[in-house]
Design a protein around this ligand. Structure first.
Ligand SMILES: [Mn+2]
Length: 361
């Protein structure tokens, strides 16, 4: 994990002597802890890792997690109780002038524990961490590929389950079960299983509504595997499709393809968003694409960056993003098609390979 640690230090705007990543209790865990330790198993509440500019680090954890922690290539100190961890922090943090922390993931309580242990100046290094985590290494891409394969297979197989009368939450449950059966350790995020007019709400989750003939069914879900996450959306029509539904789907698909063609090293994330938005805005659905085109993906579903006017990022080889244009017509319905991609040396490679041709089921 030496390279990952050095990646963070190389991207710092102001130098620090060390960085301490410190987890509280779930859900207040800093996923960067897992980025630098490479650990898959374990919870690691109340654990931390102290990393140095030379690429070394040390994990401090509890006896409960000791065996899991030993799977990292970093040395481990396992403490029996909180007081021992505080002593460890005093012994190990006291000698520095400047200590970096990941402020976006650190609770105020944990921050106070660090400042009690040292007189060092505490510096927020979260921007460097986001930048480092944005570019995935080969091991991370392998884990993402596996998470994407699971979601892609499920996206194709779920169509056998969808029919008139089935409820949205039943489809959500089936998606979860199918992913677990294929080896996922869980859902990457709360599944969106929407139907009919509900598909017009991009972040609807799921409800009791029964599928009706002529509905759009929009499924947005992902698999968690070895701590990495996939994120895919497919939209289907049940029974019989109208010309308008076909047209909405066609425009979204064209917008997505234009974006995929645009992606490559050196391109701004915002330009990719604009490319897709222009395709939609040149049609009768102008103004109905109401969110950013995509977000970075990795240990977290929203990994800190994105393809959006509100994010300033220049694409580099190894970055992973979702590409998810949509058209949403209030009270009628919506279409979204989402795939995960990795930026390559001359374009991008799509990681979620489920069929996305227009489908009436
Ligand atoms: Mn997404």
């Amino acid at each position: 994990m030496e390279t990952r640690i050095k990646n963070i230090f190389n991207r710092l705007e102001e130098e620090v002597d060390a960085i301490f990543l410190f987890n509280s209790t779930k859900p207040h865990l800093d996923l960067t802890f897992f980025y630098v330790t490479g650990l898959i198993e374990g919870q690691f509440e109340g654990s931390g890792v102290l990393i140095s500019p030379n690429g070394t680090g040390e994990i401090v954890t509890t006896r409960l997690e000791e065996e899991s922690a030993k799977k990292s290539d970093l040395p481990v100190t396992a403490v029996k109780k909180k007081e021992e961890r505080e002593e460890w922090m005093e012994d190990n943090l006291a000698g520095f002038d400047r200590i970096g922390v990941n402020a976006t993931e650190l609770t105020y309580h944990a921050y106070n524990k660090i400042s009690d242990a040292t007189d060092a100046e505490i510096i927020d290094v979260s921007d460097a961490i986001i930048d480092a985590r944005n570019v995935k290494d080969d091991e991370e891409i392998e884990r993402l590929e596996k998470a994407c394969d699971i979601a892609s297979e499920v996206a194709e197989e779920i169509t056998d389950f969808i029919e008139e009368g089935v409820r949205e939450y039943e489809i959500a449950a089936e998606l979860s079960y199918m992913m677990r059966k294929k080896g996922a350790t869980g859902e990457a995020f709360e599944t969106i299983s929407s139907s009919g007019p509900n598909t017009a709400e991009p972040h609807y989750t799921c409800g009791e509504r029964k599928i009706e003939k002529g509905d759009f069914v929009l499924l947005d879900f992902g698999a968690l595997h070895d701590r990495y996450r996939s994120d895919i959306t497919r939209t289907y029509v049940v029974g019989e499709a109208t010309d308008k539904q076909r047209r909405m789907y066609q425009v979204v698909q064209e917008a997505q393809q234009a974006a995929l063609d645009k992606i490559g090293p050196g391109i701004k994330g915002e330009e990719v968003h604009n490319t897709a938005a222009e395709v939609i805005d040149d049609t009768e659905f102008e103004g109905r694409f109401t969110h950013g085109l995509g977000h970075s993906l990795g240990l977290s579903t929203h990994d800190g960056s994105g393809l959006s006017p509100s994010v300033d990022v220049t694409l580099e080889q190894g970055m992973v993003f979702t590409v998810e244009p949509g058209i949403y017509l209030p009270d009628e319905g919506g279409v979204r098609i989402e795939d995960d991609i990795v930026v390559t040396d001359d374009g991008c490679r799509v990681l979620t390979c489920a069929d996305k041709r227009f489908k009436v089921i």
